[in-house]
Design a protein. Structure first.
Length: 183
């Protein structure tokens, strides 16, 4: 059917076909196999290829919430909440809002709640807010003001309270404020 080729390398094009119909054979995932063997393979499934991290450069300021199922590298300023699979906050970056990710590496500044399965504060990190985590590592020199709470599932507890109190009940009165005072 189709021959396997890499997109950015010169060589046979992905549309070239072979005379034999061997499309029923499973695809071999060995990297950079030469297609001169006379065998053809099925097209590669896109689910195996991991896209590169989305990078927000140091000259970029974003006002608003961001959500991604992939990886994000922040070097600029974000004023809003971020949700991602893996999130890296660069040394020059500032995030004002809630950060939620499976894996969080903080080299810069976060002002707001941080929730993650795996949280790492490097020596240049500055966090002003509560951290809810499954595992945490804080390097010497990191600056942190707030509380730390370990939970088995920190990503699904958006209230930051004990799991028994996580289901909100609506009581009469004024609407809850979105701005918090960190002390």
């Amino acid at each position: 059917m189709f021959s396997k080729s890499r997109i950015n390398e010169p060589g046979p094009k992905a549309g070239e076909t072979d005379q034999k119909a061997e499309g029923d054979r499973p695809l071999s995932l060995k990297p950079s196999m030469p297609s001169s063997s006379g065998q053809s393979s099925s097209p590669a499934s896109p689910s195996k290829a991991k896209p590169p991290a989305s990078t927000l450069s140091s000259d970029l300021t974003v006002v608003g919430n961001m959500k991604s199922t992939g990886d994000i590298l922040v070097e600029g300023t974000i004023e809003g909440d971020i949700r991602a699979h893996q999130l890296t906050i660069g040394e020059s970056a500032t995030v004002r809002g809630e950060v939620v990710a499976d894996d969080v590496v903080v080299n810069g500044r976060i002002v707001g709640r941080l929730r993650g399965l795996k949280v790492r504060l490097t020596s240049t990190a500055r966090v002003e807010g509560d951290i809810i985590h499954k595992t945490i590592a804080i390097e010497s020199g990191a600056h942190f003001e707030g509380s730390v709470q370990r939970q088995d599932d920190p990503l699904n507890n958006s209230g930051g309270q004990k799991p028994a109190q996580a289901a909100p009940t609506h009581a009469p009165g004024p609407a809850p404020q979105t701005a918090r005072s960190e002390g």
